[in-house]
Design a protein around this ligand. Sequence first.
Ligand code: TYM
Length: 331
Amino acid sequence: MDIVVSGIRSTGRLHLGNYFGAVRQFLGMQRTHQCYFFIADYHSLTTHPDPAALRASTRQVLIEYMACGIDPGKAVIYRQSDIPEIPELYMLLNMHAYVGELERVASFKEKVRKQPGNVNAGLLTYPVLMTADIIIHRARWVPVGKDQEQHLEMARNFVQRFNRLYGTDFFPEPYPFRQSDGQMVKVPGLDGSGKMGKSDGEAQAIFLSDDPTLVRKKVMRAVTDSGPTTENAPIADTISHLFQLLELVSPPDVVQHYLDTYAQCSIRYGDLKKQLAEDIIAFLTPIQEQIKVLEADEAQLKRVLNEGAEKARQSAGYTLRTVRELMGFNT
Ligand code: TYM
């Protein structure tokens, strides 16, 4: 059976970008595939959180994963830092990862531009750790959003290189999950300027834990244009973010209504925003109810992490033993 791995950095609360970019795909796959879902707490160290913040956000991510429906009865849920085989594989892979190729990664170049005072080695080798996360279970499928496409390309490079160097086909090449139209998901922010959840744009993201008042406030402040002026024009880039969000959370007839009124130039963006806010709230309500239940169930959270770590280590241990042997250790 094909193996699936995905993870989310423990940088705090999940937003709709995380949900529709990664979690939703995973929910479908956990019934049909052998799935591993983890909290990437090592990855979040690149921004130096203090220990209390790291602990709190790791717990929060676990709660929100489960509240979305990731089911420890179907998928293995664990913390990256509970699996020592991952950093060992990362170290081994680093020996075959070249500084030049790592420096060309778009997310690294962006970090260099945005935080020149903190260009640490962990940032440079971020795609190597991500590769270790994926191939530690020999995964073939990785449900991630569009922003992770280049990281997966790197993972395939590292896998090909390893297999070639050691004359093996032990690691399958990992591919991102794609929608039926072949695209990867990119959820826009409310300001329309990029992806939801950019580190510098909290106000343009809707978090799963945002209460109804906050959702309404954020959506009503969303950026719009001055409206269509010619009939049957395609949706302008300056408003497409709101239509994309509507398509994620609203029933098809509602989406069609706003597409029709846009085409007829009779659309009122105020109405569209009100509808969008209410549909987001309806989408979030059951998740928030589950968040409350899980927040009060410390015993269950502990049990999930303990059992997850045990299962993940079985699979990781097998991979690492094989890798060490292939590389000439333990022989
Ligand atoms: P992270 O924590 O930034 O995001 C977690 C997941 O959410 C997706 N995502 C989005 N998808 C669509 N539109 C958006 N606006 C949006 N924002 C976030 C991301 O694509 C991702 O799938 N490096 C990863 C975490 C990671 C990982 C891994 C993932 C570490 N190791 C191994 C898969 C496999 C990251 O920073 O994701």
